[in-house]
Design a protein around this ligand. Structure first.
Ligand code: ME8
Length: 504
């Protein structure tokens, strides 16, 4: 089975913050999960480098747009490495492979009679890179709060209005196309309200992809940007990647850009006679300690700061666990510490640590040779799989915690430290049974926390080629007698550094 999933391509007007890390980690969790279930995955991320917003930011910084794009694109690449994102490709819209592909898409749409030359007169927001109707403005600003400016210029238009019915039919025939459900209703009613033709070129600046056949125009940055999902596969060439991976299985995006992905993008694709992606899922918006994240407030959190203070897997876990996926959420340092300590240090970490220490002391550091007492986990594995496949990462993670809780409760009830004298054979059975359940927990933890999962699996001496979902079954249970490495803590408790008495 092939599975193609994408993050948005991020603007290079600034450095990455946790909002970007969030989308990338969520996509990574799914990409790793799909690989674990045997799929042939293609996972794409990258940077969106053209348009007025980048040109303006570069000018303000005294840089050429290309220099700003080069520097910030590298920061997004670094963010992907930092967060342990397993993307298979990283596309930049200034690359020749993308430019040629976006132009080919334009030509295909034009050849189908879907593009005409006219002039645009209306409002534009550079921050949002979006056109707004007069009626949409709120107190002279975009509904997003961004400033708008009046634009009057020659422009090519895309006959979006002619896709009104086709889009509604598509949504009705593919109920899974837009998620979560509430967002589907939002988009459907927007389209039902009527669609105007869309301006798809600009002439008042030059930082963009030239319109084929009319070099005075550059393509509207959203047409350019959306084309990345195809250009990375080699469109318009008939490449193996196009055959294997188009249409995309999932575009994971923030709710801010849902309309571009569920109205404009499918219409562009229909115009180019290409299949439409199977699913677009919009996650919610993070605020920081109750405030909107913004440049002016200076409160954007750099992913690097979280990773260096709390650890990589701790950060990944917190981002996926704190907010039901799809909802808006708030970042609070206090909550982050609570989640790390209660779910990782006290629960999973403590479970692994005490079990392996007891095995080390009482079973000669080998997988105990004893009968297994089964700890129920089939229900959790099903729950986990269903929720992972439904892009409900938060709830899938909850399942893992529930299973770890069950193990901790089992230890407390069985009290192996007492059994040591009373019934040593049973003590070994208890330890073996818990270790075997920890093996399962670590396998399903992998998409969320790849490093920690691998570390625990190594502590259990699980061979590297036996760590997929297929290996959850009892036929791959830990082999009695296998020597285990000395136990090591996996999730240390996070403690605030005490403030120095001088307050410095
Ligand atoms: O929109 N909370 O790029 P962008 C949650 N280039 N997610 C957030 C967030 C927050 N506070 N802030 C940002 C663009 N994000 C276009 C996309 S795609 C063809 C072109 C995440 O750099 C979220 O995924 O503004 C959002 O959709 C994306 O970053 C916007 O990134």
């Amino acid at each position: 089975m092939n599975f193609y999933l994408t993050t948005p391509i991020y603007y290079v007007n600034d450095r990455p913050h946790i909002g970007h890390a969030y989308t990338s980690v969520a996509c990574d969790v799914l990409a790793r999960y799909k690989r674990l279930s045997g799929a042939n995955v293609k996972f794409l991320t990258g940077t969106d480098e053209h348009g007025q917003k980048i040109e303006k930011a570069a000018t303000a910084a005294g840089l050429t747009p290309q220099a700003m794009a080069d520097a910030n694109s590298q920061h997004f690449r670094d963010m992907a490495r930092l967060m342990n994102i397993s993307n298979d490709d990283f596309i930049r819209t200034t690359e020749p492979r993308h430019i040629a592909s976006a132009q080919a898409l334009w030509k295909k749409m034009e050849a189908g009679g879907h593009i005409y030359l006219d002039s645009y007169k209306g409002w534009y927001s550079v921050r949002d890179e979006a056109y707004y109707q007069e009626s949409e403005l709120v107190d002279g600003k975009a509904p997003t709060g961004a400033d708008v400016e009046w634009v009057e210029e020659p422009s090519y238009f895309f006959r979006l209005s002619s896709f009104h019915e086709k889009l509604l039919e598509y949504y009705a025939a593919h109920p899974g196309f837009i998620g979560p459900e509430s967002r589907r209703n939002e988009v459907t009613s927007f389209v039902k309200g009527g669609l105007k033709d869309l301006s798809i070129s600009r002439t008042t600046f030059s930082w963009g992809i030239k319109v084929p056949g009319n070099e005075k125009h550059v393509m509207y940055v959203w047409l350019d940007a959306l084309a990345n999902y195809l250009s990375a596969l080699g469109y318009p060439d008939n490449t193996p990647d196009i055959n294997d991976f188009w249409p995309a299985d999932l575009h994971l995006v923030g709710k801010d850009i849902l309309r571009f992905h569920t109205v404009y993008w499918p219409a562009f694709l229909m115009a180019a006679q290409l299949p439409v992606p199977k699913r677009v899922f919009a996650h919610g918006w993070w605020t920081i300690e109750g405030e909107k994240m913004s440049k002016s407030l200076g409160n954007a959190i750099a992913p690097q700061n979280l990773v260096s203070e709390f650890g990589l897997d701790q950060t990944r876990w917190f981002l996926m666990r704190e907010v039901p996926f799809g909802n808006d959420g708030n970042f609070s340092r206090e909550r982050m510490i609570q989640v790390i300590n209660s779910e990782l240090a006290n629960n999973i970490g403590n479970l692994v640590q005490r079990t392996l220490t007891m095995i080390h002391k009482n079973a000669e550091g080998k997988v105990p040779a004893a009968a297994i007492i089964s700890i129920p986990c089939q229900d959790i594995l099903e729950y986990y799989n269903n929720n992972m496949n439904n892009i409900n990462f938060t709830i899938a993670g909850e399942g893992i915690i529930t299973l770890a809780n069950r193990c901790n409760a089992f230890i407390d009830v069985q009290a192996p430290w007492k059994l040591k004298k009373e019934d040593p054979e049973k003590m070994l059975s208890v330890l073996y049974s818990i270790a075997e359940t920890i093996r399962k927990i670590s396998i399903i933890l992998y998409p969320f926390m790849p490093e920690s999962s691998s570390k625990i699996l190594a502590l259990l001496a699980v061979p590297e080629d036996q760590r997929t979902l297929d290996h959850l079954s009892g036929s791959y249970a830990l082999k009695p007698g296998t020597p285990l490495p000395p136990p090591e803590p996996v999730f240390p408790r996070f403690m605030e550094k005490a403030a120095s008495p001088s307050g410095a």
